[in-house]
Design a protein around this ligand. Sequence first.
Ligand SMILES: NC(=O)c1ccc[n+]([C@@H]2O[C@H](COP(=O)([O-])OP(=O)(O)OC[C@H]3O[C@@H](n4cnc5c(N)ncnc54)[C@H](O)[C@@H]3O)[C@@H](O)[C@H]2O)c1
Length: 269
Amino acid sequence: MTDFSSVKGKVAIVTGAADGLGKAIAQCYAENGVKVVVSDIHAEKGLKVVEELDANGGEAAFFQTDVSKEDEVKRLVDFAVKTYGRLDGLVNNAGIAADNRPVHEYSTAEFEKVMAVDLKGVFLGMKFAVEAILKSRSAGGFIINIASLAGLLGNSSMSLYASAKHGVVGLTKSAALDYAPYNITVNAICPGTFKTSIWGQAPEETISEYAKIFSPNGRLGDPKEIGHLALFLASDLARYISGSAISIDAGSSAGKITPVQWAHPEILD
Ligand SMILES: NC(=O)c1ccc[n+]([C@@H]2O[C@H](COP(=O)([O-])OP(=O)(O)OC[C@H]3O[C@@H](n4cnc5c(N)ncnc54)[C@H](O)[C@@H]3O)[C@@H](O)[C@H]2O)c1
């Protein structure tokens, strides 16, 4: 029987875990016995997540970090090792989006801000975590970088975000080759459109209108679905998967959709 028990007892850091996809990953990890260092720039929300994980029988600790700051990321990794005695994995999830605009309307400051969090943050996470995973002699070390559909395809009005996320995919593939001999897998998850806090205030009709535009199966992704994929990649079932940029987007990145009449509607009756 296939099971995920190999993740039990592993120690993993999840950045940007106070909300959205990071929170869902942290929940899924804690439910399955991973010791989770919940990290986020927002302490209050992050501490609340840790309370929830603990209340549900998980083991978690919080460390406040801005992933764009080298000294803070280094301290985050040190904290994980000090708290749990080792490090097996890192999920570089923290990310921000820029406003939607054409290239010439972005300022250099906006470019630098997006790159600092979305690309430099991922570099810094790997830089410090890899060393700690190696020193821990982890038999199942893993790095998961949360990229995006915009890391695989261009995206109008989102050039800064797309450039950073393409960079994340490049970092992932290159690092996978660097560390394959040392038994650390490095993969990117490329989500399509997921129902996270950005949709919080939007009425259901707006959400379902957007879902029709953004998702070939007509619904937004559930953050738990990212948690399940991240759990698989953290498990020893996925030791032969490395250097992959895995789409999770209901087929959005597979190609263009041509509207066509369903030839045999009676099949659906
Ligand atoms: N939600 C989607 O549809 C979607 C699609 C593709 C990719 N992604 C990517 O998934 C990741 C998570 O997105 P989300 O939708 O859950 O976003 P979110 O805004 O719901 O959560 C992001 C979390 O990151 C934290 N954060 C922001 N800047 C930070 C920093 N400098 N240092 C540390 N923490 C920081 C925030 O406080 C927040 O808790 C991001 O990398 C995003 O680009 C999301």
